[in-house]
Write a protein that binds this ligand. Structure first.
Ligand code: TYD
Length: 153
């Protein structure tokens, strides 16, 4: 089963959408095996967004990510990385499909509610960046018989 990193960005916290966004992931059937609130600093943001360091929007992206603490989550499920990206939607909320989190909850390319790992390599590196090993819990077979067929799980 795959694990992936989701960050509820300051736009979620500022707009009092924490419960609603967590609920979208829970209702989908993703299991939450780690969750914590944390204030990000320049060092972690420069690492996390290293592919964007030279972009003109990087300073405003960094500032927006420090506005409030974020909520980091480890979500798990079969094909969790792709599923979470799919339900998160396109980066720019104005262009994201209705029914996706960004499509339903934001109007922005930057204040876009959540971050989600975009590949298995990114998920592994990002989970290590945001969580200590002991902060990710083993949920055993919790709910597995309801979420998946025996062939899928
Ligand atoms: P990116 O990794 O391209 O997108 P995604 O979050 O969908 O994986 O970009 C990371 C974040 O950078 C994005 O969520 C918001 C911010 N960003 C901007 O502020 N302006 C932009 O034009 C782009 C492309 C991204």
């Amino acid at each position: 089963m795959e694990k992936t990193l989701v960050l509820l960005k300051p736009s979620t916290i500022q707009r009092a959408l924490i419960g609603e966004i967590i609920s979208r992931f829970e209702k989908k059937g993703l299991r939450i095996s780690g969750m914590k609130m944390m204030q990000l600093d320049d060092a972690i943001l420069e690492q996390h967004y290293s592919h964007l360091l030279n972009k003109p929007f990087f300073p405003s992206l960094k500032a927006s990510m420090k506005k409030t603490p974020v909520i980091a989550m480890c979500l798990e499920g079969v094909d969790a990385i792709a599923v979470v990206r799919y339900i998160t939607g396109y980066t720019n909320g104005r262009k994201a499909d209705a029914g996706t989190i960004r499509g339903d909850y934001c109007m922005s390319n930057q204040q876009n509610i959540v971050h989600a790992s975009d590949s298995p390599e990114a998920a592994e590196a990002e989970l290590k960046r945001f969580f200590k090993q002991e902060e990710i819990y083993d949920l055993g077979d919790l709910n597995m018989d309801r979420l998946y067929s025996v062939d899928e799980a």
